[in-house]
Write a protein that binds this ligand. Structure first.
Ligand code: PLP
Length: 362
């Protein structure tokens, strides 16, 4: 068996111990004589899995007891509509910060159900920073305030949590949930597609303050109502059972490493190594302003399209996969989520450095 270093933005690399465990248990889960893939979502075995998954997430993220944890489908993209459908309860108005492709999509969707004000945007500089804003410029009452904590495509991350004057703060945390410490109590609602940092595709996790449940718009479909899933403990209909099972294993892996404090240290080290190299390189550079650089998604470029392609092809041949930048921004991008080992990052840096020496020497 040979494994490559997979720098994909999502679905992305999973921890090898987790894949080994899945492999070991795949055909006969816990002496049930059945695969997890075959277990009823109403079975005792599966109830144990989903409960353990929730408990682990609560423990690792220190989720307060007045928050519900929901295991849903539809991806983070479905949350772009679920959030306004459920939270436009009083003013039908929300504030959004525009920090890239995903927040832009969230904004377009919310506009279908109410008024959206873009309180700040970094579009003027190709989204290479996180904009500041003044809440007092927007005195109208709003139902919530939406941010995208980590911008997967552009490679930026908030260096602070915005103060929202008591409006519930809603965060798309798809690409940096569990990458570093977040104080859940500062948010009204957090959502994340699992396939970046939590587990496999198919599962979407929502962490929501109980107060925000139960005031959905009349037109809100039953399946898109947080109340539906909260009342049924995420078993209203068939949940993505296998993804929940693998996510539980990922959470066990995180816990075994020492939880978020240790994970955050590892992520800082990986990202620091990468940015230090980029900032000292005479060939590669980062387009992102220093204070806002993502620990998870690192765009970089030689600023020469042909040379980027030459490096991409060299890297690909040597087992460094999926380093192309998102099709909307071009260049190169390394996604180095929790499960990317530091060897993957250091070996990539070495490869870039060798390529740089060869290129500049010729
Ligand atoms: C990947 C991603 C999405 C889209 O997720 P899906 O699960 O594919 O719908 C939304 N927001 C962010 C920040 C992402 O990284």
């Amino acid at each position: 068996m040979s494994r490559v270093f997979n720098f994909s933005a999502g679905p992305s690399t999973l921890p090898l111990p987790v894949l080994d465990k899945v492999n070991e248990e795949l055909i006969d889960y816990n002496n049930s004589g059945m695969s997890v893939l075959e277990l009823s979502h109403r079975s005792f075995e599966f109830e144990e899995i989903i409960n353990a998954c929730e408990m682990l997430l609560r423990d690792i993220m220190n989720i307060p007891s007045n928050y519900r944890v929901l295991f849903l489908q539809g991806g983070a993209s479905s949350q772009f509509s679920m959030v306004p459908l459920n939270l436009f309860s009083t003013y039908k108005r929300a504030l959004y910060v525009d920090t890239g492709t995903w927040s832009d999509k969230a904004i377009s969707e919310a506009k279908k159900y109410g008024n959206v004000e873009i309180i700040a945007s970094s579009k003027d500089k190709k989204y290479n920073y996180i904009p500041r804003f003044n809440l007092t410029d927007f005195e109208t009452n709003v139902d919530y305030f939406h941010i995208t904590t980590n911008n997967t495509i552009e490679g930026t991350v908030y260096d602070y949590i915005p103060e929202t004057n008591g409006y519930p703060l809603v965060a798309d945390m798809s690409s940096d949930i569990l990458s570093k410490h977040y104080d859940v109590s500062k948010f009204g609602l957090i959502y994340a597609g699992a396939q970046k940092n939590l587990g496999p595709a198919g599962l979407t996790v929502v962490i929501i303050n109980e107060e925000l449940i139960g005031n959905e718009l009349e037109i809100c479909p039953t399946m898109l109502s947080y109340k539906t899933h909260s009342k049924a403990n995420s078993l209203y209909n068939t949940p993505p059972t296998f993804s929940i099972y693998v996510t539980k294993l990922v959470l066990e892996w995180i816990k075994s490493l020492g939880g978020i404090p240790e994970i955050e240290k590892m992520n800082l080290k990986k990202a620091n190594n990468f940015y230090t190299y980029l900032d000292n390189s005479n060939l590669f550079s980062s387009p992102i302003q220093k204070e806002f650089r993502s620990l998870m998604n690192i765009p970089f470029t030689t600023e020469n399209e042909d040379m980027d392609k030459e490096f991409l092809s060299l890297a690909n041949n040597l087992g460094f996969k999926n380093l192309e930048g998102h099709r909307s921004v071009g260049g190169l991008r390394a996604s180095i989520y929790n499960a990317m080992p530091i060897e993957g990052v250091n070996d990539l840096i070495q490869l870039m450095s060798d390529f740089e020496n060869k290129t500049l020497g010729r």
